[in-house]
Design a protein around this ligand. Structure first.
Ligand SMILES: [Zn+2]
Ligand SMILES: [Zn+2]
Length: 523
C-alpha cells in the first residue's frame, strides 16, 4: 500500500497519553534503601524540606499537619511550633510508635512512595519493645559528615545512628557524638530549623575539623568495647538491610515460641535456670515466655550473643539452633514463618500475582487494604514494590466504585430543593439518607448543597424567631397576670409563672419583661 503523504491523519494516535498520577511533594528517593546504612525518617523529612526549599517546620505545619486527623498529635488549625515539636513527637519518629506509622502513611501519600516505612523500625514493631529503642537525642558521626561534605555527597543521617544500642559509627568505629562541640548542647532530632550536618542551637558545622590527636583518640573505644559494638552493628545492620525484602512482619508470638524452645532444650523447661544462664531477670523472662511482653533490642542482642544466633533469625524464628550447646533443638511448635523473600520464592510471586489479577475482576471491588489482608500477612509494602501497577489499578478501581453516583443522587437533591419538603432537611440529614459523607456531597454537588443549606438555615432562623415571640408572649401574659392582681411584676414572681423555671435567664425574656414593665409604668 502506498501512503498518501498529504493524508496521514488516520495514522495519528489520537488517544491522550496516559499520565501517571502526580505526587503532591517530590518523589524523593530515600538513601541506602535495603542496606544497613538506610536513612532515617527524620533525615528523609529534612531532605524533603530542603528539596522544596522550605524549613522542616514549614513542611511539617503546612504539608504534613493538615493531612493528619484533627486532634492527632497536634491541631493543624493551631499549628503552634512548640506543640508540633514536642519531645514525644520527634523523639519516636524513627521508631515503631503509632505516630511514626501515621507520619509514614501521610508522607507516602504526599510523595507517592511506598517504601518510607523502612526508614523506621515499624517492620519490627511486634517483636522489639519500644523501651531504649532510640537515642533520646540526635547522635552523629562527625567523620561521616566531613567525608560526605568534602566528597560533595548528600549529608544525611542513617537510621542505625538513631538506635540506642549503637554507640559507634559503623564506618569509622568512633563514638557517635551526642553533644555539639561548639555550644555543648544536646540536639533535638528534628527541630523546625534543621539543617543536615549543622547544630540547630548555634548553627555550627558538626563535621570534624582538624582535631588534636588526643581528642581523636578519646573518640575510639577499647578493644573489648569495640568487639561488642561490631557484633551489635552486624546484627542490627542486617535487620535494617533485610526489612524491605521480608514478606511477613514477624508477629509477637515469635518471641514467645523461640524462647520456649530454647528454655525446653537448654534447661529442660526450667525458666529460672535459663534466666540465670543468660543473666536475665526471671520476672522479665517470664513475661516474654508467657507472651505478655516483648524484650528491648538490648536484651534481644544479649540473648542472641549468648545463643550465637543472628538477631534476624531469632526475630523471624527461622533457625532455632543452640550453637553454644551441643543439644539438638527441635522446635515444639512448627515455625511456619521464615525470612523468605519474593526473590527466593518465585512460586509465591506467581501466587500473589494471581490473587491481585483476580481482585481486578471482582465485583464489587475490594480495597487494596482488604486484598492484601487476605494474602496471609504478606506486607503491603512488599506487594507494592513488586506489583506497583496492579496495586495502583486495584486502588483506582476501588476509588472509582466509591465515587458517588451522580445519576442517582442528583434527582434526590433536586426533589429536596424543588418540592419544598417540610421541615427542610439539612445536607447532613440527606447525606445520611443517601449513605455517603456530607463532605463528599458538598464537593460533588456544590450548587444544590448550597440551596439545601440555605433553605435549612432559613427554616432554623424562622424557628428561632417563633421561639423568641413565644417567650415574649409568655412573659407578657405572666406580667399582666401579676399586674392585674396588684402585685409588682418582679422577675422572681414572673419566673414562677413561666412554663420552664430557667426561662427568665433568657435575654429575650429579660427584654420582654423590661418592655412590658415600661408599658405599665413600673420603670
Ligand atoms: Zn562515621
Ligand atoms: Zn552547637
Amino acid at each position: 500500500m502506498v501512503l498518501d503523504k498529504n493524508n496521514t491523519d488516520e495514522l495519528w494516535d489520537l488517544e491522550p497519553p496516559s499520565v501517571p498520577e502526580r505526587s503532591h511533594l517530590f518523589h524523593l528517593k530515600p538513601i541506602g534503601m535495603g542496606t544497613a546504612n538506610v536513612e532515617s525518617l527524620t533525615s528523609y523529612i529534612a531532605r524533603l524540606a530542603q528539596a522544596h526549599c522550605i524549613t522542616v517546620g514549614r513542611l511539617v505545619c503546612a504539608e504534613i499537619a493538615p493531612s493528619l486527623k484533627e486532634g492527632y498529635v497536634f491541631n493543624p488549625k493551631n499549628s503552634d511550633m512548640s506543640k508540633v515539636y514536642n519531645s514525644i513527637f520527634t523523639k519516636s519518629l524513627n521508631g515503631k510508635c503509632s505516630t511514626a506509622a501515621v507520619i509514614v502513611q501521610v508522607l507516602e501519600k504526599l510523595t507517592q512512595r511506598n517504601d518510607l516505612h523502612f526508614l523506621t523500625m515499624l517492620s519490627w514493631a511486634d517483636v522489639i519493645s519500644e523501651k531504649y529503642l532510640l537515642h533520646p537525642q540526635k547522635a552523629w558521626c562527625p567523620f561521616c559528615y566531613q567525608e560526605w561534605f568534602e566528597a560533595k555527597q548528600v549529608v544525611y543521617e542513617p537510621l542505625i545512628w538513631a538506635l540506642h544500642v549503637v554507640q559507634i559509627c559503623p564506618r569509622h568505629h568512633c563514638r557517635l557524638h551526642t553533644q555539639c562541640p561548639h555550644c555543648y548542647k544536646k540536639l533535638p532530632l528534628l527541630p523546625g530549623n534543621y539543617r543536615s550536618g549543622y547544630c540547630s542551637k548555634c548553627q555550627s558545622w558538626l563535621g570534624l575539623f582538624p582535631e588534636p590527636e588526643t581528642f581523636k583518640n578519646s573518640q575510639f573505644l577499647s578493644e573489648e568495647e569495640l568487639e561488642l559494638q561490631l557484633k551489635v552493628l552486624d546484627n542490627v545492620g542486617e535487620l535494617l538491610a533485610i526489612a524491605p525484602d521480608i514478606l511477613f512482619y514477624p508477629p509477637s508470638n515469635n518471641i514467645k515460641n523461640v524462647i520456649s524452645v530454647y528454655i525446653n532444650q537448654l534447661t529442660k523447661g526450667d525458666l529460672s535456670e535459663f534466666a540465670k544462664l543468660l543473666g536475665l531477670s526471671p520476672h522479665s523472662l517470664n513475661k516474654w515466655y508467657r507472651g505478655k511482653a516483648i524484650p528491648g533490642l538490648n536484651k534481644l542482642l544479649e540473648i542472641c550473643f549468648y545463643l550465637q544466633t543472628p538477631l534476624v533469625d531469632f526475630l523471624m524464628a527461622t533457625k532455632v539452633s543452640a550453637a553454644s550447646n551441643d543439644i539438638p533443638i527441635q522446635p515444639q511448635t512448627p515455625v511456619k514463618r521464615s525470612t523468605q523473600t519474593f526473590r527466593s520464592n518465585p512460586s509465591l510471586l506467581e501466587e500473589v500475582e494471581k490473587v491481585l489479577l483476580a481482585a481486578l475482576e471482582e465485583s464489587p471491588p475490594r480495597s487494596l487494604y482488604k486484598v492484601v489482608k487476605d494474602l496471609k500477612n504478606i506486607t503491603r509494602s512488599s506487594i507494592s514494590r513488586y506489583f506497583p501497577n496492579l496495586c495502583c489499578q486495584i486502588s483506582e478501581r476501588y476509588a472509582a466504585s466509591r465515587k458517588p453516583n451522580h445519576q442517582k443522587i442528583r434527582p434526590v437533591l433536586l426533589s429536596v430543593v424543588n418540592n419544598g419538603e417540610y421541615p427542610p432537611p439539612s445536607v447532613a440529614v440527606i447525606a445520611k439518607r443517601i449513605g455517603i459523607r456530607s463532605k463528599t456531597l458538598y464537593k460533588e454537588f456544590p450548587d444544590l448543597c448550597e440551596k439545601i443549606s440555605e433553605q435549612y438555615s432559613c427554616y432554623i432562623k424562622l424557628r428561632q424567631l417563633e421561639r423568641i415571640e413565644k417567650i415574649k408572649q409568655e412573659v407578657r401574659q405572666a406580667v399582666l397576670k401579676l399586674h392585674n392582681k396588684g402585685i409588682k411584676p418582679h422577675s422572681r414572681y414572673v419566673s414562677e409563672l413561666l412554663s420552664k423555671p430557667g426561662l427568665m435567664r433568657d435575654k429575650n425574656a429579660i427584654a420582654a419583661l423590661h418592655e412590658v414593665r415600661c408599658e405599665l409604668g413600673y420603670e
